[in-house]
Design a protein around this ligand. Structure first.
Ligand SMILES: Cc1ncc(COP(=O)(O)O)c(C=O)c1O
Length: 397
């Protein structure tokens, strides 16, 4: 049966983990893997999650099936968090938020839902985009194209060229946006630019699909929903694939949601039924533990405030690291300008190094990252940043 199977090379990020684990240099740094880290290099469980888990343990009475929509309270709280409790799409019954196993499954379900609604639909994504986007939309049978986004020479947004491409999209096209904290570039449209993009979506009639994996890591939990809320206000239809992996630091619990906005309450009910039909044929039902914990947090004023505080803490630490890193590089005598690091947001930025320079960082200094030179800024701390800046100077000279 399996003679024809050929081994597939692992995702580059998995080989980085393997290389890093095998590296015996005590000064080694992993800048590749996309998880938040604290000053000690760990990825701790948030205090609000620990509190909510205690409550869940004390109160849960069954592990029976929940049904395809998962934890109802989680779905409702996530919808309000992302779209705003008083928003029109909730008042009008046009929004359905359905729990999925992580943001990845939300994206995959989104792709299958679009295919079910319009089999000929094609998807446009930013150039570059998260590598898994390039795999999972085609895996659902969608043809993919790209629109200009990140300027390698300028380390900034190619806004005019992006608009030029979006102006050519039309009804039947789906366009994928990173709602905040673009992965891999760290470059996002500013609020004024998001308004222009949302107006264009309404004018051209394409379907916005927003990947919201880092809400709260750019400017704040509410501020980072701006793109979603603008699309919801201006466009009749919208899909949001959200992830709780980073924002609640619940990576392995696999918590996410797909939110669907359609033209009216009947169409939304139909869309939800299609989602349940699609997921029944793959994972059947989403897992309950993580969403139950988040439901407890978001139903409690005290735990929600604690979560917001912890989320702010993660964002502030990343921004502080960005600033310190840019300052240390500038002070080190390195000629190249890395000031862009402090103007970008979220965990990721491109250093703008060649693959050869990235390999030198790994082979000579045990600093591991992907060959595109995307780094996870959250991997820095007080004890490894100077070592990194010194190594960077050496590979640049
Ligand atoms: C841009 C983006 N979207 C979606 C995801 C999916 O996250 P998960 O499936 O772990 O919730 C990630 C995770 O790295 C991401 O970076």
């Amino acid at each position: 049966m399996f003679e024809q199977l050929k081994a597939i090379p692992p995702d580059p990020i998995l080989s980085i983990i393997a290389d890093y684990n095998a590296d015996t240099n005590p000064r080694k740094i992993d800048l590749g893997v996309g998880v938040y880290r604290d000053e000690s290099g760990g990825t701790p469980i948030l205090d609000c999650v620990i509190e909510a888990e205690k409550i869940l343990l004390a109160t849960q009475s069954s592990k029976s099936y929940l049904g395809p929509a998962g934890v109802a309270g989680f779905n409702s709280s996530m919808g309000k968090l992302i779209f705003g409790a008083d928003c029109d799409v909730i008042q009008q019954g046009r929004l359905r938020t359905i729990q999925t196993p992580g943001g990845t499954a939300a994206l995959r379900v989104a792709a299958e839902l679009i295919k079910a609604g319009m089999p000929s639909a094609e998807l446009w994504a930013s150039d570059p985009t998260w590598s898994n986007h390039l795999a999972l939309f085609p895996a659902a049978g969608m043809e993919m194209h790209s629109y200009p986004y990140f300027g390698v020479g300028t380390s900034s947004l190619r806004f005019d060229e992006m608009l030029e491409s979006l102006r050519q999209r039309e009804p039947g096209d789906a366009v994928l946006f990173h709602g905040c904290c673009h992965n891999p570039s760290g470059v996002s449209p500013d609020p004024g630019q998001w308004r222009i993009i949302a107006d264009l979506a309404a004018e051209r009639g394409f379907l916005p699909v927003v990947d919201l994996a880092y809400m709260g890591f750019e400017r704040g939990a509410e501020e980072d929903t701006l793109a979603v809320r603008l699309f919801a206000e201006k466009c009749p239809e919208l899909i949001v694939a959200s992830s709780c992996s980073k924002i609640f630091a619940m990576y392995r619990e696999r918590v996410g949601a797909i939110s669907i906005v359609t033209g009216d309450a009947h169409k939304s009910a139909a869309a939800e039924s299609v989602v349940h039909n699609l997921t029944r044929k793959s994972y059947s039902m989403p897992p309950a533990h993580g969403p139950a914990v988040i439901d407890i947090i978001l139903s409690s004023e005290k735990l929600t405030a604690q979560w917001m505080n912890e989320l702010d803490g993660m964002r502030n630490r990343i921004n502080e690291l960005r600033k310190t890193l840019a300052e240390k590089i500038a002070a080190s005598g390195i000629q190249e300008d890395f000031s862009f690091l402090q103007h970008q947001s979220g965990m990721f930025s491109f250093l703008g190094l060649s693959a050869e320079q990235v390999h030198r960082l790994r082979d000579e200094f045990s600093i591991h990252t992907v060959s595109s030179s995307r780094i996870n800024v959250a991997s820095f701390n007080r004890s490894n940043m100077d070592y990194f800046v010194d190594a960077l100077g050496r590979v640049l000279n």
